[in-house]
Design a protein around this ligand. Structure first.
Ligand SMILES: Cc1ncc(C[n+]2csc(CCOP(=O)(O)OP(=O)(O)O)c2C)c(N)n1
Ligand SMILES: [Mg+2]
Length: 325
């Protein structure tokens, strides 16, 4: 379990470090919103999910896509705008999808996947499946009308969904307290009639345990929707490959407690105390996989001009987009 969590965390961190390194060459054709610093949330939650569960996320979803088992090669090809990308080079970093892995989609428009995820979870309930949905969004999305409509409907219909609010304190450069009259997002979620809990400290093991407990209760029909506000911190600029502690809206001092409790570092240290799990082997495997994925993207062709006219309408989409898992 520990080595699995570490592998997932390390893999995501290293993929995004490579993305940041390559970004200035202009090979990557879409903006990138990096999750560096926030990986623990996606990893902790996705380890608590089954392969047949489904996730939805925002434009900051490299971590979610990878933690849920999304294909790394097709993700990198997508960032490169190549025809072999997970949306055939048409969506870029903000619109990742891998239906085989249960990544139903991510969107550039704040809050839009929240009602989609509730609708999907409602369909699962109507069809009496025992798989569930996890819906990821930021603290900024809580200010959207669609968030509140979705909370209301989900609680009313007791749909099998776990809401994961990744509270990194900022929407672009605005602090939460400059945007919201109360800092406690859970209080607002619980006002809709669902159990809502905050998880401090960005600890993947704690996130995993608490979300797993909720997921099991939902599957057994013992709980309606659940809400977790996971406190976390974005290390890089809102969009792009650089740090931005000189931008004036936050300081390196504010970030330093989050650097201290970096989940990748903490789990690496724990793993080193466990002789049965050689970290070097895990890391070597991940590095080889990453090299292969970037090479795949480099070697892949760009979409043809004709591709501009395909996959525009639902009739052309293959069944996987339309069939529930
Ligand atoms: C409906 C909508 N309004 C505004 C924007 C512009 N916008 C892009 S990202 C963002 C901040 C969202 O912050 P948050 O939900 O906390 O996510 P984070 O970037 O911190 O992960 C905003 C306002 C948008 N993309 N969509
Ligand atoms: Mg935020």
């Amino acid at each position: 379990m520990l080595s699995q969590l570490y592998k997932s965390l390390y893999r995501i961190r290293r993929v995004e470090e490579e993305v940041a390194k390559i970004y200035p060459t202009d090979k990557i054709k879409s903006p990138v919103h990096l999750s560096i610093g926030q990986e623990a949330v996606s990893v902790g939650v996705c380890e608590a999910l089954r392969a047949d569960d489904t996730v939805f996320g925002s434009y900051r979803s490299h971590a979610l896509y990878l933690a849920k088992g999304g294909n790394l090669k097709t993700m990198i090809a997508e960032l490169y705008g190549k025809a072999t990308g997970c949306t055939k080079g048409k969506g870029g970093s903000m619109h990742l999808i891998d239906t085989d892995a249960g990544v139903m989609g991510t969107s550039a428009v704040v809050g839009t996947t929240i009602p989609q995820s509730v609708g999907y979870a409602y369909a699962l309930k109507v069809q009496q499946r025992d798989s569930i949905v996890a819906s990821f969004f930021g603290d900024g999305a809580v200010e959207e009308g669609a968030f509140h409509e979705s909370m209301n409907f989900a609680a009313l219909k007791k749909v099998p969904i776990i809401f994961i609010c990744e509270n990194n304190l900022y929407a672009i450069h605005s602090h939460q307290l400059a945007r919201q009259p109360m800092s406690n997002i859970c209080e607002r979620a619980s006002a809709y009639g669902m159990q809502a809990e905050r998880i401090e400290n960005n600890n993947p093991i704690e996130i995993h345990e608490r979300v797993k407990g909720a997921a099991d209760e939902i599957r057994r029909g013992e709980s309606g929707p659940r809400f977790f506000e996971c406190m976390t911190y974005r290390w890089m600029e809102h969009v792009g490959p650089n740090e931005d502690f000189n931008a004036g809206y936050r300081s390196r001092n504010q970030a330093s407690p989050w650097f201290e409790k970096d989940a990748v570092k903490v789990l690496a240290e724990r793993l080193d105390r466990d002789a049965d799990n050689p970290r070097s082997q895990i890391e070597a495997e991940v590095e080889a996989e990453i090299r292969e994925a970037f090479q795949f993207a480099e070697d892949s062709p760009f979409p043809s001009d004709e591709a501009l006219y395909t996959h525009m309408f639902k009739e052309e989409l293959d069944g996987a987009y339309l069939n529930l898992r």
